[in-house]
Design a protein. Structure first.
Length: 122
């Protein structure tokens, strides 16, 4: 996982900084946030013990790290494509910021948090 993340970070940062592509920088931030949140949050006592939950969590975690910058011909005007990409990545980053240290990758019994209302058990 560390090797995949290192490779991803290097490619996105070098391509994003060299050409200042906001989409690559947002993609990098969106993938760094879960790493930080998961490493710094307290462990969950209710993690699933099912092997399939762990396999799916690892697959879902590593899938985003396989993204690489590439030059392709867009199907729509470049401005439209970039607007959609930046909007989607901004939404993703905002959602991860909202979850903060409640972010988890492996299935567990967690509390749902509602803005201003505190945790609710589901």
């Amino acid at each position: 996982m560390a090797v995949l993340f290192g490779n991803f970070a290097w490619k996105m940062l070098t391509a994003g900084i060299a050409t200042f592509q906001l989409n690559l920088m947002l993609l990098f931030v969106g993938e760094v946030m879960p790493v930080i949140f998961v490493l710094l949050r307290p462990p969950s006592a209710t993690l699933s013990q099912q092997p399939m939950d762990w396999v799916l969590a690892m697959m879902g975690t590593t899938a985003g790290l396989l993204a690489m910058p590439a030059e392709v011909l867009p199907l729509a005007p470049a401005t439209v494509c970039m607007t959609i990409i930046i909007a989607g990545l901004s939404l993703q980053v905002g959602a991860k910021m909202t979850l903060g240290f409640s972010y988890g990758m492996v299935a567990a019994i967690r509390l749902a948090k509602l803005r201003g209302l505190g945790p609710l058990a589901l």
